[in-house]
Design a protein around this ligand. Structure first.
Ligand SMILES: Nc1ncnc2c1ncn2[C@@H]1O[C@H](COP(=O)(O)OP(=O)(O)OP(=O)(O)O)[C@@H](O)[C@H]1O
Ligand SMILES: [Mg+2]
Length: 96
């Protein structure tokens, strides 16, 4: 599910300050952001909403998640690269 469709399904309550910080970081050209917080505090929800906004504004959003219990080196980065759209239309994904 895309960040946009998830964000449409579940409205974000509050978090204006945090969203503003993520927007400002993107505008400033930040390359890495670390979002931290207690378990279940809403890190994923916040990021999904920020990403949905950025995607709607034309940003390319690549997604990679870690694998619980161990992963190959740079697994998150590899999966993010794999999620990139390919082809002249930008539609579709690589076949593996
Ligand atoms: N600002 C918010 N508005 C509405 N619902 C929220 C908000 N923040 C979190 N939630 C809801 O609370 C639950 C936990 O949020 P989320 O999964 O984003 O937390 P998390 O910090 O990423 O958790 P984890 O540490 O397990 O990764 C989800 O059901 C999410 O939809
Ligand atoms: Mg999370």
């Amino acid at each position: 599910m895309s960040a946009l469709s998830l964000a449409r399904r579940q409205p974000l309550i509050g978090r204006e300050v945090e969203l503003a910080r993520l927007r400002a970081a993107q505008r400033s050209g930040a390359r890495t952001l670390l979002v931290t917080g207690d378990a279940g505090i809403g890190k994923t929800m916040l990021c999904e909403h920020a990403l949905a906004e950025m995607e709607a504004d034309g940003a390319l959003v690549l997604r990679g998640s870690g694998v619980p219990g161990g992963d190959v080196p740079f697994g998150v980065v590899l999966r993010a690269a794999d999620s990139a759209p390919v082809g002249p239309s930008g539609a579709g994904h690589r076949d593996r």
